[in-house]
Structures are given as structure tokens and as C-alpha cells.
Write a protein that binds this ligand. Structure first.
Ligand code: GYE
Length: 332
């Protein structure tokens, strides 16, 4: 498979020379990844919507920079738009990179462009987010978090904290519509609540698109529609939305963490600081610092090694007793 790809790239080099040069292939010979000793990798990143994302981009770029096995990382910030990621992948194909890394904004709509990468003989690695199971053959492995498990962790804490009492009234701030972490964090959470038989009512659930502004404005709408007096818990799919919601809660004259308990997912410094201040009650960790692990995967994939379909990143959970001790350890 890899041999075949190199052969195709070799044959195509002449025909593509003009296009590659026009695209500014940085190794100077117009043949993308086959010039130097190391690999040329194209990375279509989601965007810069959160501290998690920035830490992830930094980690991947630093790891590529420090790694002798990597000649170049072509980095594209897609500003949370699938169209921009599709365009980036098509450019990577034209530039004949060795490996394409994709952190897909949403789970669906990848069949065509990943099929084009396959036809060009360029292997694809998913970083962070996943895509729908029907397209599983179009990538080699996904390196990232188990988002369903993260949702279950949030669910287990909810059952422990509120179980046995009156009906628990919940507000939910979902991540980007159609994204793997939004879908999976929801699935895992309600799987545990329903499985454990918690008596709860989902008062409202809307997407805040994983941003602080989104979280704040959706929370303002929640408050004006439902009030907060009867709400027990806010489950925010990431730190930024939770932090934005905290602002809205305070501006409405309520005490976050006390009047309404709050779960966030990620575990950034700002999230832990909110925990230390008593404004956040539970943090489910999602670890973005996997650049080194990603470079290993990229090299293995280029060498045609067999890999599991999913390569997990390790992560934990933190309650009020841990916030202060853990804060200095946070890397993002
Ligand atoms: O939780 C959120 C970011 O895909 C795991 O994306 C990632 C999520 C992360 O915007 O903060």
C-alpha cells in the first residue's frame, strides 16, 4: 500500500510539478513528501475556539518541530468550518504530503474527500475528534479521547451527588452541533443517568458551539426562559462554555457553584481557577497535549504499520478536594 503510493507519487510528480510549485511546496523540489529524509504532514485543525484547542495546536506544532523524523507540518486552522477543512485536505493531496492529520469539526460529510486521499494513496490519521462509523475504512487510526467515557464520568458524579433526592433539574450546554465530543458527551451522560435510574428533568439543552461567548449567550437565554431558582445542575460540554455561563449566572445575581452546581469538561487552568473559587463543582479532564504521541502514530502509519482503530489519550476526573493541588499541574 505504501509502496504503491510512492510509485504513484513518483509517476505523478512531473504532471503535478506546476501545481505543486504554484502551491509553494516548501521542500523546493515540488514533490512534497518524497524529497527530504523526513515526512511532510498536513494537519487540518478544527480552529482556535478554546484553551483546549490552542494547547492542542501548540503541542502538535512543538512536537513536529522537535522531531527529526518530520520535515514539515503544514498547519491549517479551519475556524470551525468543515468546508475549510475539506479545502485544506484537497490542498494537502495536491501537495502530495506523506500523511494527512484531520481533527474533524463534525462527524459526517467526509466520505468524498477522504476517498480522494485514499485514491491519492495518502493515509489519514484522525486527531482528537472522530467521524461516523460508516467511514471507518477511510482512516488508519484515531488518536484522542473517549468522549462517551467523559460523559459517563460526568453522569456518575451527577448520580452520586443528586441521587436519592428530589427530581434533579438539569441545564445542558452542548458543544458544536454534529461534533463527536458533543454527541458522545451527551450519550455517555444520559446513559449513566438513565441506567442508574436518576430522577431528573432536562430543563433545556442547547449548543454554545464550544465557545465562551456561545456559553454566555445561551445561558442568558436559559435564565430568561426558565429562571434559575429551580435548576440544580449545569452540565457544560467544555470549560469555555461553562466559564461563559458563569458570567451570565453572576450577572443575573446568582452564585455559580452554589445556587446551581456546574460540571465542565477539559480542565484548563481557567477551569481549575473557577473550581478553586467555588464556581465549578466537577471537572472531567480531556487532555489535548498529545503532540509527541501523534508524531509516533504518523511515523508508524507512514511505515504501513498495523494500528488499532482507536488510540486513547489518558485522562482523569477532579472534585473540590483536588482543585487547589492540581491547579499548578495544568498545562493549558
Ligand atoms: O473539549 C473543546 C474543544 O474536540 C475534545 O473541542 C475537543 C473539544 C474540547 O473546543 O474545548
Amino acid at each position: 500500500m505504501i509502496m504503491l503510493r510512492k510509485a504513484i507519487v513518483g509517476l505523478g510528480a512531473g504532471a503535478l510539478l506546476f501545481g505543486s510549485a504554484a502551491c509553494g511546496a516548501d521542500d523546493g523540489d515540488g514533490s512534497g513528501g518524497d524529497s527530504g529524509e523526513g515526512l511532510v504532514v498536513g494537519f487540518a485543525q478544527v480552529g482556535a475556539e478554546s484553551a483546549w484547542r490552542t494547547a492542542n495546536s501548540d503541542s502538535v506544532q512543538a512536537a513536529a518541530e522537535a522531531d527529526d523524523r518530520i520535515d514539515e507540518l503544514k498547519f491549517v486552522d479551519a475556524q470551525q468550518e468543515q468546508e475549510k477543512q475539506i479545502e485544506a485536505i484537497r490542498n494537502f493531496i495536491t501537495q502530495q504530503v506523506d500523511v494527512i492529520v484531520l481533527a474533524p469539526v463534525v462527524e459526517t460529510g467526509w466520505t468524498d474527500v477522504l476517498g480522494e486521499a485514499e485514491t491519492a494513496g495518502i493515509p489519514v490519521v484522525l486527531a482528537d475528534r472522530g467521524i461516523e462509523a460508516a467511514d471507518e475504512d477511510l482512516y488508519v487510526t484515531r488518536l484522542g479521547s473517549d468522549f462517551v467515557e467523559e460523559g459517563r464520568k460526568a453522569g456518575s458524579w451527577t448520580v452520586e451527588t443528586f441521587g436519592g433526592g428530589e427530581t434533579t433539574r438539569i441545564l445542558e450546554l452542548e458543544g458544536t452541533v454534529g461534533s463527536a465530543p458533543a454527541n458522545d458527551r451527551k450519550t455517555g451522560f444520559y446513559e449513566v443517568l438513565d441506567g442508574e435510574g436518576l430522577d431528573y428533568e432536562l430543563v433545556d439543552s442547547q449548543s454554545g458551539d464550544f465557545t465562551a461567548e456561545g456559553g454566555k449567550s445561551v445561558m442568558e437565554t436559559f435564565i430568561s426562559t426558565h429562571g434559575l431558582e429551580e435548576v440544580d445542575l449545569l452540565y457544560a460540554h467544555n470549560d469555555e462554555m461553562g466559564l461563559g455561563a458563569i458570567q451570565a449566572i453572576e450577572e443575573a445575581g446568582f452564585e455559580p457553584g452554589t445556587d446551581v452546581q456546574i460540571i465542565i469538561v477539559d480542565g484548563s487552568k481557567a477551569g481549575f481557577e473557577a473550581g478553586v473559587d467555588g464556581k465549578v463543582n466537577y471537572i472531567v479532564e480531556c487532555n489535548p497535549v498529545f503532540g509527541d504521541q501523534l508524531m509516533d502514530v504518523v511515523v508508524q502509519v507512514d511505515a504501513g504499520e498495523e494500528l488499532e482503530k482507536f488510540t486513547p489519550v489518558e485522562e482523569g476526573v477532579f472534585g473540590p478536594d483536588d482543585f487547589e493541588d492540581e491547579l499548578p499541574n495544568r498545562q493549558f
